[in-house]
Design a protein around this ligand. Sequence first.
Ligand SMILES: [Fe+2]
Length: 283
Amino acid sequence: MKVNRIGRSIGAEITGVDLENLGPQEFQGILDAFHGNSVIAIRDQDLEPGELVDFSRRFGPLEDQLNARYALVEHPEVLVLSNDMKDGKPVGLIDGGDFWHSDSSHREKPSLATILHARQNPRHGGDTEFADMYRAYETLPDEMKKRIAGLKGIHAVSKAKNKRVTISARRPDAKDHYEMQKSIPDQAWPLVRTHPVTGKKALYLSARFTIGIEGMSEEEADAILDPLFEHQIRPEFVYAHKWKDGDLVIWDNRCVMHRGTGGYTYPDVRTMHRTVVAGDRPF
Ligand SMILES: [Fe+2]
């Protein structure tokens, strides 16, 4: 097994490993690469959904999928992300992840990791970008570090509650979906969290999910959030993954944000299988 850094501060590729036959020592190697690089791309994998679930569970229990209608019937832990159509209807979630975010930060127990397996890559576009939230925190001016210490961001799942995002017109049911989600309770998490394994501090907020700061007016909160949102996606923190056939990518939601960059149009099809590893309450 070989691990090569491919991004500046995050992102590594792993070759020479077969996830269908993975010994405990090799898994430990993958885990170490995951903690050391925050985003890892394991090349040349051909996993059936059941095998993807078995491998994913080695990281911990899996989350149930909020968009259950696009999960696989036989493997409900696997969500289909796709722009493919069948009988005029989408076969998967089309507009997933188009704004910067950390998966499930709106949940009571936000996600530890997300695993994406490329089933079909488009001929154009379809990159996934990742931003290093350790570096984003480390490079903040001391004044800002002091200002945000102890503050909690409010995370909301519904796009209808967030003035910084728009609802995709490509998904016919999206508007009703987000209206319905308005009643789901928000969560409050430290703007700076400590990674439970590495012990390092990371910025933990995103334009997609963070809509305010606990105990602050909108105006006060915006004066802090807007510069942070701008800072945390500086190009030097970003690794853009260009997908190869057979790629399986795992990222650490506790210390990276991500987004899909789009740039492909049906009938140029992009299909991914996704599992999400559940995490603990950020501190
Ligand atoms: Fe995501």
